[in-house]
Design a protein around this ligand. Structure first.
Ligand code: BGC
Length: 491
């Protein structure tokens, strides 16, 4: 145990920051134009319609070249012992891998349930991979190891290669589009090749993996909320369900591939400790005495927080979302494993019932934040983190990591309190409630490209000047350093 500002955290607790490839890499060095997100944020119709900000990722922080100094900051200035980053699929495979053979099995419902990648196919994948990117990611990971930063590597943090997903033709005409991303099971098969390749190519440098970042955001924002600014910008409940289902299957199959292809252990987690990154938020009825609001909040909580984890951890595929698992919805063989659950926690949402737009489902809206709001308009509510950690552990009995938690705060007024108050809640969850939380990754190390909202949202512990690429510490840097280095100062 280590003593920090009145709190005693487990000795081996991981203190880190979280990042994602697309959001930080571009801005210096090789641009990657081969992903759906790249095309999506450049699309003139999307910009004209205000769906995306018009900011462009190639003007970003430039981590691709500047990673040595950023990682040094994480280690020396923040005193961190861990770092969460992702690899962009389109950087590794800018060209299709469709033709590389694998053995695929299907279940009685026609769903992919097993993929076998042979040694020979691995050789072909290695030949197909874009080697300069493989080399660069190896350099970044090697630098992390040299600095003593334990890496949590995310395989899929949103951009899909263009050869898998053409977001514009899907937005305009999904029925006739041919590259339909997660709508089609073929993406699961290609993802399993990619996962196998990553595990083999980087397994000697990585022990902790997250297969997918926030699957419910990919399916919800992309296929349910037309105005979200996320590709492909559709509003279709059937596609939302299909994409969620495919992502759940993809997690399981990627889990198997990583276990099969990474045998090299470099830490106590090794060789392959594989989880998912999920985003349960705290939901509350706007009016606790209104039955409609209570029902709507309970529905949102179920669909956002529980529904996906039930698929990957229990094999309960409640595809008609009626909270009853019919016989054909029981697919335990698809729940292949999840060694830990990553929790991304940001806010409390108050839910108000509205008229239903989708037959069979309650209508609802999120009441806009009025007090304690971040620049994103999200309500700061640290107690919700303790609640979600307890909730996840009680239901799924897996070790947890807080894989994201942070605040858009351009004026740098609230970040220090935000950080400390959320860490206190984690501490209470560990010590008072007995929840096994293994680490905390603050979102984010540096300001970055906040998807549809661009550069205006400043989540970084370091401000980035996008012209000069200069980094300036926010006040929270000292606070985080104090927390993360308490181990050495207390012993
Ligand atoms: C995502 C990040 C994003 C952050 C803030 C999370 O949902 O994983 O990519 O930048 O939230 O919006």
């Amino acid at each position: 145990m280590v003593f920090i500002l009145g709190m005693k955290f487990p000795e081996e607790f991981l203190w880190g920051t979280a990042t994602s490839a697309f959001q930080i890499e571009m801005g210096k060095g090789e641009v990657d134009p081969n992903s759906d997100w790249y095309v999506w944020v450049h699309d003139e119709d999307n910009i004209r319609n205000g769906l995306v900000s018009g900011d462009l990722p190639e003007k970003g922080p430039g981590f691709w070249e500047l990673y040595p100094e950023d990682l040094k900051r994480a280690k020396e200035e923040l005193g961190n012992n861990a770092f969460r980053m992702s690899i962009d699929w389109s950087r590794i495979f800018p060209n299709p891998t469709w033709d590389i053979p694998v053995k695929v099995s299907f279940d009685p419902y026609g769903s992919v349930c097993h993929v076998e990648v042979s040694e020979e196919s691995m050789r072909l994948l290695d030949k197909r991979a874009y080697q300069p990117s493989v080399q660069k990611y190896r350099e970044i990971l090697t630098e992390c190891r040299r600095l003593g930063l334990t890496v949590l590597l995310t395989l899929y943090h949103w951009p899909l290669p263009l050869w898998i997903h053409d977001p514009i033709s899907c937005r305009d005409d999904i029925v006739h589009a041919t590259k339909r991303g997660w709508v089609d099971q073929s993406t699961i098969i290609e993802f399993s090749k990619y996962a196998a390749f990553i595990a083999k190519a980087f397994g000697d440098l990585v022990d902790i993996y997250a297969t997918i970042n926030e699957p419910m955001v990919v399916s919800g924002m992309g296929y349910l909320y037309k105005e979200s600014g996320f590709p492909p910008g559709l509003g279709n409940i059937d596609l939302f369900i299909k994409v969620s289902e495919n992502l759940a299957i993809a997690h399981g199959i990627a889990y198997e591939q990583i276990k099969r292809w990474d045998h090299v252990s470099s830490s106590k987690y090794g060789p392959a400790y594989v989880g998912i990154v999920h985003c349960p938020q705290y939901y509350e009825p706007y009016d606790k005495s209104s039955r409609d609001d209570v029902e709507a909040a309970s529905f949102v909580e179920y669909i956002q927080n529980e529904w996906f984890l039930n698929m990957i951890l229990k094999g309960d595929f409640d595809l008609n979302i009626n909270r009853i698992i019919d016989l054909e919805e029981q697919r335990p063989y698809l729940a292949k494993g999840c060694d830990f659950i990553g929790i991304n926690y940001y806010m409390r949402n108050r839910i108000k019932a509205t008229e239903s737009k989708i037959p069979g489902f309650p209508g609802f809206e999120i009441v806009p934040c009025t007090e304690n709001c971040t620049d994103m308009g999200w309500e700061i509510y640290p107690q919700g983190l303790r609640y979600e950690l307890n909730w996840a552990y009680k239901l799924y009995r897996r070790p947890l990591m807080v894989t994201e938690n942070g605040i858009a705060d351009a004026k740098d007024e609230k970040r220090s309190d935000f950080l400390l108050s959320h860490i206190r809640e984690i501490y209470k969850a560990i010590i008072e409630d007995g929840v096994p939380v293994k680490g905390y990754f603050h979102w984010s190390l540096i300001d970055n490209f906040e998807w549809a909202r661009g550069f205006k949202m400043r989540f970084g512990l370091y401000r980035v000047d996008y012209e000069t690429k200069e980094r300036t510490p926010t006040k929270a840097v000292q606070v985080y350093k104090q927390i993360a280095t308490a181990e050495s100062s207390s012993t």
